[in-house]
Design a protein around this ligand. Structure first.
Ligand code: NDP
Length: 284
């Protein structure tokens, strides 16, 4: 069994982004810039935003940070997004989700220019992914493709089962695996015989949000298992995935741990998307 180390692979991605960012600055005088907007004081969101700012610093991006009070109106937020959309020095705009209840998430996503939507959530980018056109791909699924490719896992023609069909993980994951020529099944809470469906998988991707629900009897001998879940173990208080790691690890060929698997890839791919956005402005 091989452990796919997301810390090492995300570091490789960030170092590649860092090198290209420096080159872009030296050759074209462009400073890659990501604007991050946080509305309210949700502690988990504050941690995510802080980590994104740290990653920007590491790869050499300029980061603009807007930490707005909880009572910010939707109108005010949309005005800020509009200003950033028009600012040609800003290459990526990210609004940390969830936004407070009085703000409509979809209206916010739709307001971000698709050219700066480095989260890949805008319907134009989702549509582009669907029909195989260039665009920004949601960071977590894009990171999983990197984990697989950089671990030399062959995707072509393989049976892939994804458990979960959310807009940010399950669905874009299915489209990306299809693009890599896997035969894709998307399972969800209404799927019948989930265990049997999962057992068909050469590559099993769990994105559910239920601690250790994927036990060894869901996994075919020698399968590749990717665990997207981030859950807190109610007994130990530690982070754990959707996969019962200890028992599944003995059965599969590759597995991602939680923490240290898929998680670190998300921010690395965000950096990659933002660099790509800046490169596009100079036709690269
Ligand atoms: P959602 O809650 O949006 O989606 C969960 C999906 O799992 C739904 O499609 C749901 O089905 C399905 N599901 C729920 N219960 C079952 C069940 N018993 N059997 C089969 N399917 C089930 O979650 P996300 O996609 O946003 O996130 C999934 C997990 O990944 C979470 O733990 C989250 O924290 C983590 N995550 C990790 C990231 C990272 O960077 N590593 C990034 C994003 C998420 P239905 O549609 O029928 O309701």
């Amino acid at each position: 069994m091989n452990i796919i180390d997301g810390k090492i692979i995300s570091q490789q991605v960030k170092d590649e982004v860092k090198a290209r960012t420096l080159q872009l600055k030296e050759e074209k005088g462009i400073e890659v810039c990501l604007a991050v907007i946080l509305v309210g004081a949700d502690p988990a969101s504050q941690v995510y935003v802080r980590n994104k700012k740290k990653a920007c610093e590491y790869v050499g991006f300029k980061s603009l940070s807007y930490e707005l009070p909880e009572e910010t109106s939707q109108e005010e937020l949309l005005t800020l997004i509009d200003k950033l959309n028009k600012d040609e020095n800003v290459h990526g705009i990210l609004v940390q989700m969830p936004v407070p209840k009085h703000i409509d998430e979809k209206t916010v996503i739709d307001a971000i220019s698709p050219e700066k939507d480095v989260d890949g959530f805008h319907p134009m980018n989702v549509g582009a992914l669907c029909i195989g056109e260039p665009g920004f791909v949601s960071c977590t699924p894009a990171g999983i493709i990197q984990l697989l490719k950089r671990s030399d896992v062959d995707i072509n023609g393989k049976e892939c089962v994804i458990v979960g069909r959310s807009n940010i993980v399950g669905k874009p994951m299915a489209l990306l695996m299809l693009r890599e020529n896997a035969t894709v099944t998307v399972a969800h809470s209404r799927t019948k015989n989930l265990k049997e469906v999962c057992k068909r998988a050469d590559i099993l991707i769990a994105a559910v949000g239920k601690a250790k629900m994927i036990t060894e009897d869901f996994v075919k001998e020698g399968a590749v298992v990717i665990d997207v879940g981030i859950n807190r173990n109610s007994e130990t208080g530690k982070l754990c995935g959707d996969v019962d790691y200890e028992n599944v690890a003995t059965k599969c060929s590759y597995i991602t741990p939680v923490p240290g698997g898929v998680g670190p890839m998300t921010i690395a791919m965000l950096m990659n998307n933002c660099l790509e956005s800046a490169l596009r402005t100079v036709g690269e």
